[in-house]
Design a binder for this molecule. Structure first.
Ligand code: DOR
Ligand code: ZN
Length: 347
């Protein structure tokens, strides 16, 4: 027996493509199913200026295989030295679609991030004036704050005060992992939205730690307890346009993950759509998938939804996803939801 679902082609509103051989290896995995993606700027060195973003966009387009189409939506990495005029010019040229705030030290390649928000106020005020969204990695970095509390504490001590200081700033709270994050975004006045990853809908912290440590489930923000996972699921299927898909697919090679000090990041580009259809079906909400994956993100970023459609088909035979994607930089293990996936994406 098969069931089909046709939706507009989705976009990914939070994606790590990296550079060089890794970029070449992972880009087709996203471009196969997604029309566009917000491209994270945490390269080494980071994508800081408009010129950096233009050069990175060109490298992405050069890495795209013949016959595939994909539009990278570029972002800038906010530093304490970012020039508001450069940001405004890159936005006016249609080059960038957001600026990314990493609190310094919060995650992979965040050392050039922001230590003192007061130092970036002129940039944030300019962004509020021109309507350019700020994408936020919402975690505090103080060593005394428990890693499972870092998102919640960020909401109270950083995000809310920031939004009170600059109420016109458009904010996207990225990869929400807590019920507090969901409640904040759902309830706040003003221009705020939140992205939710595929993996945070499918795993909670038990998946990382019970029965052995699973480095491929480790990411930041780290998955929280199951009640938070349930809150994320509820938000994703709610039909509230403030919540939409940002996979945070973040490839690291297996040696870098399977290590005494493994990198944070889950690589889910390849099977995200099958995973999402599984989750939305489990929740009895397949009719809400198109809004989450294909409609609310474009609306938020002032872009039209994609005209092209894709079809998902549920079959008795599971999809044969490879366990790893082999890249020129090394093997990258694909997110394993822990059970077969029956939703096939038809081309
Ligand atoms: O798990 C993560 N990986 N979280 C991030 O914020 C960064 C990302 C990466 O770049 O690997
Ligand atoms: Zn990310």
């Amino acid at each position: 027996m098969s069931t089909t679902l046709s939706i507009r082609r989705p976009d990914d509103w939070h994606l790590h493509l990296r550079d060089g051989a890794m970029l070449e290896g992972v880009l087709p995995e996203t471009a196969r199913h997604f029309a566009r993606a917000i491209i994270m700027p945490n390269l080494v060195p980071p994508v800081v200026t408009g010129d950096d973003a233009a050069a990175y966009r060109d490298r992405i387009m050069a890495a795209l295989p013949e016959g595939m189409s994909f539009e990278p939506l570029m972002t800038l990495y906010l530093t304490e030295a970012t020039d508001p005029a450069d940001v405004a010019a890159a936005h006016a040229a249609g080059l960038i679609h957001a600026v990314k705030l990493y609190p310094a030290g919060a995650t992979t390649n965040s050392a050039s991030g922001v230590r003192d928000l007061a130092r970036v106020t002129p940039v944030l005020e300019k962004m509020a004036e021109i309507g350019l969204p700020l994408c936020i990695h919402g975690e505090v970095t103080s060593p005394e704050v428990d890693i499972f509390d870092r998102e919640q504490v960020f909401l109270e001590t950083v995000l809310d005060p920031l939004r009170r200081r600059i109420p016109d700033l458009k904010v996207t709270l990225e990869h929400i992992t807590t019920s507090q994050g969901i409640d904040y975004v759902a309830g706040a006045s003003g221009d705020i939205a939140g992205t939710i990853t595929t993996h945070h809908l499918m795993i909670n912290r038990n998946h990382i730690l019970v029965g052995g440590i699973r480095p491929h489930y480790y990411c930041l923000p780290v998955a929280k307890r199951s009640t938070h996972q349930q809150a994320l699921r509820k938000a994703a299927i709610s039909g509230n346009p403030r919540f939409f898909l940002g996979t945070d697919s973040a490839p690291h090679t297996d040696p870098n993950k399977e290590s005494a000090c493994g990198c944070a990041g889950v690589f889910s580009a390849t099977n995200t759509l099958s995973c999402l259809a599984h989750v939305f079906e489990e929740e009895g909400a397949l009719d809400k998938l198109e809004g989450f994956a294909s409609l609310f993100g474009p609306a938020r970023y002032g872009l039209p939804p994609n005209d092209v459609r894709i079809t998902l088909e549920k079959r008795d035979t599971p999809v044969a996803y490879p366990p790893k994607v082999e890249t020129g930089a090394g093997p990258v293990t694909l997110f394993d939801p822990g059970h077969p996936l029956h939703w096939h994406v038809l081309d």
